[in-house]
Design a binder for this molecule. Structure first.
Ligand code: PGA
Length: 248
């Protein structure tokens, strides 16, 4: 039985004061939440979040990391550094990293491998652009993104990972994939993994991300292959985030 995972992706938002207020409100509302809850925060706030959430039911993580262990990589952050701040999760291959910072499938796979080597759980983000959906190549695109990781790390690595399906056209746009659209891609992903290893496929948590809100969370999270959400905008408002957590 897969436990749902609802993770906030704060992106480049927050201040010390805002984070404190947001986390206080979320912690205060956690009674009755059955899902695993996590927040992926900007690097400078990891110490704050660790201090605030240690011993609580909420896990935390980062939004990116270097594929390299250490060295002359100005501006980068390693997996070991994330471990120093108690991170459980790290997003790899978010579509904003792929599109704005040119992260290739190969680089994303290397980050995934480096995260796992350090004992972090990578949340591997995959998803197609609007053009790709209109060209009806969603499955090729998502399949190619998965193949990069499968080729480097093998299917067994997915026993210690999470996948987030995030159609790029639904991120931050207010346009959500319909439950059927999302379920179809989630089923494709699980089916692709099942063909390699049924047990891994059955246990794999596949989150949906892209304008998930309090108002659409239940219909998405009740789809058979949707095991949680990766939440951007709505994760910045405690009541909205909690409503999604409670839907999970
Ligand atoms: P959104 O972002 O919920 O604001 O669409 C999701 C994400 O980018 O992870």
């Amino acid at each position: 039985m897969r436990r749902k995972l609802v993770a906030g992706n704060w992106k480049m938002h927050g201040t010390l004061a805002e984070n404190d207020a947001l986390l206080s409100a979320v912690l205060a509302g956690m009674a009755g939440v059955r899902a695993q809850v996590a927040v992926c925060v900007p690097f400078p706030y990891l110490a704050q979040v660790q201090a605030k959430l240690a011993g609580s039911p909420i896990a935390w993580g980062a939004q990116n990391m270097s594929q390299h262990g250490k060295g002359a990589y100005t501006g980068e952050v390693s997996a070991a550094m994330l471990n120093d701040f108690g991170c459980t999760y790290v997003l790899v291959g978010h579509s904003e990293r792929r599109a704005i910072y040119g992260e290739t499938d190969q680089v994303v796979a290397e980050k995934y491998a480096a995260a796992q080597a350090a004992g972090l759980t990578p949340i591997l983000c995959v998803g197609e652009s609007l053009n790709e959906r209109e060209e009806c190549i969603t499955e090729q695109v998502v399949g190619r993104q998965l193949d990069a990781v499968l080729g480097l790390c093998g299917v067994a690595s997915l026993a210690k990972a999470v996948i987030a399906y995030e159609p790029v056209w639904a991120i931050g746009t207010g346009v959500t994939a319909t439950p059927d659209q999302a379920q179809a891609v989630h089923a494709f992903i699980r089916g692709k993994i099942r063909a390699l290893d049924a047990a891994v496929a059955d246990d794999l948590v596949i989150q949906y991300g892209g304008s998930m809100k309090a108002g659409n969370a239940v219909e998405l999270l009740t789809q058979p292959d949707i095991d949680g959400g990766l939440i951007g905008g709505a994760a910045l408002i405690a009541a909205d985030f909690l409503a999604i957590c409670k839907a999970g």
